[in-house]
Design a binder for this molecule. Structure first.
Ligand SMILES: Cc1cc2nc3c(=O)[nH]c(=O)nc-3n(C[C@H](O)[C@H](O)[C@H](O)COP(=O)(O)OP(=O)(O)OC[C@H]3O[C@@H](n4cnc5c(N)ncnc54)[C@H](O)[C@@H]3O)c2cc1C
Ligand code: FES
Length: 296
């Protein structure tokens, strides 16, 4: 999309086409801009986000979880976290009009990663932005192989169940591994069907189990999840010999404008300052080493 939809505080009106309950706290919203011209021109890079605005209520940043290869609509996976997202869950239904501005942020460096193996490491809601890469690869075969490691507390909290189960059945050059901290009924059933793809424990345990079976040394790695996950996953990836310059992570900070104007999302010190909304939300391992406070 041109700069028009980026440099506005209201955004463009979009109609909610569908709302799907993914878990008890996350819903998938499919939206389409009312203006056909915007629909046809709106494009983005996986990893970018938009600002979701409900006039009179508030707005928040949310990653785009659909793929730019699937045009004419946008999908956003929204967790009920606080005031505005609770309002959205309770009041925004099929047919509602909301306002979307963006896309913002840098997104993943897909060109650099082309034809290499990629390892996606998702924790909980971190699956949302990574789904965009997954669908992109499904449509374009962009990577030589894609390995998804997805850690969730239990099956009930797993996002995109239908799609993940389809991939577990086996799909050309896409390999899915799941980790569950608690084995509930759904997880037990998955273990029965796909024993080799499921680990009890954390996502780092799943990475360890696949040591020797995944070409970590040649892969790019991209991670997204709760803040507590990052330092453990980075440590494990380095231990598995993923090159430090090939480790990417997508980070969240409280945001207001989303476009580098308000300073709400600044992290770092005078030697290295980053605007998460402009310089991120995708950062390299080197950014993390050189910028104080990027990950805890
Ligand atoms: C780049 C980016 C991408 C995001 N992508 C998604 C997504 O795909 N799906 C999704 O559901 N959410 C996503 N978020 C988080 C989402 O923006 C927050 O959950 C939302 O702003 C909460 O608004 P609220 O008014 O409902 O909650 P508030 O009432 O403002 O806060 C409720 C709770 O949420 C926490 N919170 C608020 N903002 C953030 C934040 N930015 N990061 C972490 N915790 C926060 C607060 O600390 C508080 O504990 C993303 C955030 C960023 C910065
Ligand atoms: S959110 Fe305003 S500068 Fe980043």
């Amino acid at each position: 999309m041109g700069d028009n939809l980026k440099n506005t505080y209201l955004g463009a009106p979009a109609r909610v086409l569908e709302v799907e309950n993914l878990t008890s706290i996350e819903k998938l919203y499919t939206l389409r801009f009312l203006d056909n011209d915007i629909n046809n021109k709106f494009t983005f890079i996986p990893g970018q986000f938009v600002m979701f605005n409900v006039p009179g209520i508030g707005e928040f940043p949310v990653s785009i979880c659909s793929s730019p290869t699937r045009t004419g609509y946008l999908q956003l996976c929204i967790r009920r976290a606080g005031r505005v997202t609770k309002y959205v869950h309770e009041n925004i239904v099929e047919g509602s009009i909301v306002y979307i501005r963006g896309p913002y942020g840098n997104g993943f460096p897909l060109e650099e990663m082309k034809n290499s193996p990629i390892v996606l490491v998702a924790g909980g809601l971190g699956m949302a932005p990574l789904r965009s890469i997954l669908l992109y690869h499904l449509d374009t075969q962009h990577f030589s192989d894609l390995y998804l490691f997805y850690g969730v507390r239990n099956y009930e909290l797993m996002l995109f169940k239908r799609e993940i189960k389809t991939l577990l059945r086996g799909y050309h050059n896409m390999h899915v591994y799941l980790s569950f901290e608690d084995i509930d009924r759904g997880a037990r059933e998955l273990i029965r069907l796909y024993r080799k793809s499921i680990v009890r424990g954390m996502v780092t345990d799943a990475l360890e189990v696949l040591r020797g079976s995944v070409p970590f040394e040649e892969s790019y790695a991209v991670m997204c999840g709760p803040p507590v996950m990052y330092k453990f996953v980075v440590k494990k990836l380095l231990d598995l010999k993923v090159r430090p310059d090939r480790i990417y992570m997508t980070l969240e900070r409280r945001m207001k404008c989303g476009m580098g104007k308000c300073g709400h999302c600044i992290v770092g010190t005078s030697t290295s300052i980053k605007y998460v909304c402009l310089d991120g939300p995708v950062f390299t391992y080197w950014d993390v080493l050189s910028t104080k406070g990027l990950i805890e």
